[in-house]
Design a protein around this ligand. Structure first.
Ligand SMILES: O=C(O)CCC(=O)C(=O)O
Ligand SMILES: [Fe+2]
Length: 335
């Protein structure tokens, strides 16, 4: 679903916050509180109603178009870390306010990117896995796929639930490289009943995605679950979900899910000034190829930013006194 803001939050209002030195990585709640009413004003009642319907599950993604004016940006960063520069603040400020107006709260994980609330998705220079990954296509996945579903969360286990929503902020995307989204409702229709039954069984191993610095594989996990209020939910990653090869039906169910996902992926371009909210439980998301290894990083290469957001009802384990939004597992944790 798409929403178009006719007006953006005024650059003057955003500039004032910047002059006050408010850092989106440290004081997201103060920023959200100060800006929420501005967003409510420019959005209007109809758009706010759509935001609320979306977070309650009306659709698998929401593209908020023309939400902010990116203003004058420096060269695209070449690192995941956002601290140290401030040219990206207008997008971050507005996104925090849009989340607050939707009834969502931002979260990060201590073990991913030093627990920083907002990370760059940008071309990382050099050779190696991280650089390759930053340029390549990403197949359909959910973020933090090895973490529990919200209704499975057990504080004793030491792992907070995976985030309810993945939020992408558009800073630069001159080649219009699409993000892709496959709604679970469509994927389910592409699969026979026996595949759905297999995916619901607690028989899979889910490894942890590369950006987390923890050593953790979730054993005896289901890929599909039925949430008591929201219905079918999914967690998945092509590269991190496996089954015991002796379990033929489980292995072929993974293959069927991959094929069904492929059929359902829809391109959504996150343009500068746009905010894309993806439901991390009722959709798989991915991305088309950003560029090849010959393309230089920096300059005007694609630059999105990402943060996570949870419903009020989703609880996690806070582990950092100075950053209440930063959740377990901690960096270096072995599960
Ligand atoms: O770059 C994008 O559009 C999405 C990236 C993504 O899904 C990820 O980094 O997990
Ligand atoms: Fe992702």
């Amino acid at each position: 679903m798409e929403l178009v803001f006719k007006k953006t939050v005024s650059p003057d209002v955003l500039e004032e916050l910047k002059l006050n030195g408010l850092d989106p990585l440290l004081e997201p709640d103060i920023i959200a509180e100060k800006l929420k009413s501005h967003v409510e004003e420019v959005a209007g009642e109809r758009l706010l109603g759509s935001l609320h319907q979306f977070i309650l599950g009306a659709d698998s993604f929401l593209a908020v178009r023309n939400a902010f004016d990116p203003g004058a940006l420096g060269d695209s960063p070449e690192t995941f870390f956002t601290s140290g520069t401030t040219d990206w603040y207008p997008g971050a400020y507005t996104t925090l306010a849009v989340l607050a107006a939707s009834g969502l709260h931002p979260v990060s994980f201590h073990s991913e990117n030093r627990g920083e609330l907002i990370v760059n998705l940008t071309v990382i220079p050099g050779v190696g896995r991280k650089s390759d990954k930053s340029r390549k296509e990403l197949r359909g996945h959910t973020d933090a796929c090895s973490f529990p579903f919200a209704h499975e969360f057990d504080p004793e286990e030491g792992v907070s639930p995976s985030p309810d929503f993945v939020v992408l902020i558009g800073q630069k995307n001159q080649d219009k490289v699409p993000t892709c989204v496959a709604p679970l409702s469509k994927i389910l229709k592409e699969m026979p009943e026996w595949v759905i039954e297999e995916l619901k069984k607690e028989q899979f191993m889910i490894g942890t995605q590369g950006l987390f610095d923890i050593d953790y594989v979730r054993d005896d996990a289901s890929i599909l679950t039925i949430h008591p209020d929201f219905g079918y939910q999914i967690r998945f990653s092509h590269s991190h979900v496996t089954a015991d090869p002796a379990l033929h039906k489980a292995t072929s169910a993974i293959k069927k899910l991959e094929a069904a996902t492929q059929k359902c992926l829809k391109d959504v371009v996150v343009n500068p000034g746009d905010i894309l909210l993806v439901n991390n439980r009722t959709a798989l998301h991915g991305r088309r190829t950003v560029c090849d290894a010959k393309t230089k990083s920096g300059g005007n290469t694609r630059w999105l930013q990402r943060l996570y957001a949870n419903l009020e009802s989703t609880k996690g384990l806070a582990v950092d006194d100075t950053r209440p939004f930063c959740l377990a597992p901690e960096s270096g944790w072995v599960g």
